[in-house]
Design a protein around this ligand. Structure first.
Ligand code: IPM
Ligand code: MN
Length: 349
């Protein structure tokens, strides 16, 4: 038997509700395998900050590092100043654990209502850089609060950081049937970073000659994502552009209730982290209204990462089947726990 140590950071708002269902799905998927998961709950987020003033201590980080993977619900709460938990906890995890590949797949499952009139087949994945860009926090402000205020946010792009994520995106594109990679940036304006990204893609393309490469400015990419999303296969982009276009990608494929993500350290020197793209949704927290599907699909990504592709496919198939039947519910809305139970039952077979 193989033991997998899973760090669970349920976090804030609906985070705890969706993670509970994600864990049930995980348990169901592992039944009959020789893999056993032991979980450690980490008390991180708004409650912890209010009681101790701490977001993520070195002790927490060391303890998390001792795990094989992390399942995260959602971070952020209106009672905590904006940025404190986002920077001090969520981004700190991504940066400290060197999660440079932020993987965000977008698939339009049959039966899902897309807001697009004619969505076509949507099946692409965004490889969002996870440790650089404007998220580094290398900015500053002077004369704050005065009419002469200057506020700078600096985007950090290193050759090392760009190359490793670009190489990962190429490898993913090469493994897919269409073998297509789109670089999304804005090199007509952000000339320093933009040209580094462009040169890097050109150079790494030599190692993956059967991958077709194209380029879109980020503004144009948002047009195509709405008018012709099936043109996309793998997209590689920086941290901030990736944040923005993956919300749009979620919206065209049925909303953030379905959007999964993985923060991966491909070298596996640290635990990778699996989390729904959505936030803590304080407006519906505690009401059993959140859709746990995005978390369950993140569990599928976790299983894949653990080298259990069959279990991962079972979870995905259960989600696809569940989604396909939603229309026949006649408008009845299931609770978080009901969706979770239906999915776990399907996974268990
Ligand atoms: C996401 C979120 C985070 C991000 C926030 C909460 C810091 O929007 O995971 O997409 O910007 O990366
Ligand atoms: Mn986001």
């Amino acid at each position: 038997a193989r033991d997998v140590r899973l760090a669970v950071v349920a976090g804030d708002g609906i985070g705890t509700e969706v993670v509970e269902q994600g864990l049930l799905a995980l348990e169901a998927a592992l039944t009959g395998t020789d893999v056993r998961v032991s979980t450690t709950d980490f008390d991180l987020g708004a409650r912890r900050w209010h009681t101790t003033g701490e977001t993520l201590t070195d002790t927490d980080l060391d303890a998390i590092r001792a795990h094989d993977a992390i399942l995260l619900g959602a971070i952020g709460d209106p009672t905590v100043p904006s940025g404190v938990l986002e920077r001090g906890l969520l981004l700190k995890l991504r940066f400290a654990l060197d999660h440079y590949v932020n993987l965000r797949p977008s698939r339009l499952y049959p039966g899902v209502a897309s807001p697009l009139g004619n969505p076509g087949d949507i099946d692409f994945v965004v490889v969002r850089e996870g440790t650089e860009g404007p998220y580094v926090g290398n900015g500053g402000a002077i004369r704050v609060g005065t009419p002469a205020e200057v506020a700078n946010e600096v985007s950090v792009n290193t050759a090392f950081g760009v190359e490793r994520v670009v190489r990962d995106a190429f490898a993913r594109a090469a493994a897919r049937p269409r073998k297509k990679l789109t670089l999304v940036h804005k090199h007509n304006v952000l000339v320093h970073a933009g040209h580094l990204w462009r040169r890097t893609v050109e150079a790494v393309n030599a190692e993956f000659p059967d991958v077709t490469v194209d380029y879109l400015h980020v503004d144009a990419a948002t047009i195509f994502m709405v008018t012709n999303p099936s043109r996309f296969d793998v997209i590689v982009t920086d941290n901030l552009f990736g944040d923005i276009i993956t919300d749009l990608a979620a919206a065209i494929t049925g909303g953030i209730g379905l959007a999964a993500s993985a923060n991966i350290n491909p070298e596996r020197t640290t635990p990778s982290m699996f989390e729904p793209v959505h936030g803590s949704a304080p407006d519906i927290a505690g009401q059993g209204k959140a859709d746990p599907t995005a978390t369950v699909l993140s569990v599928a990504m976790l299983l894949d990462h653990l080298g259990l592709p069959d279990a991962s496919a079972t979870v995905e198939a259960a989600v696809a089947a569940d989604i396909a039947e939603r229309a026949s519910l006649g408008g009845r809305v299931r609770s978080t726990a009901e969706v979770g139970k239906d999915l776990a039952d399907r996974i268990a077979g």
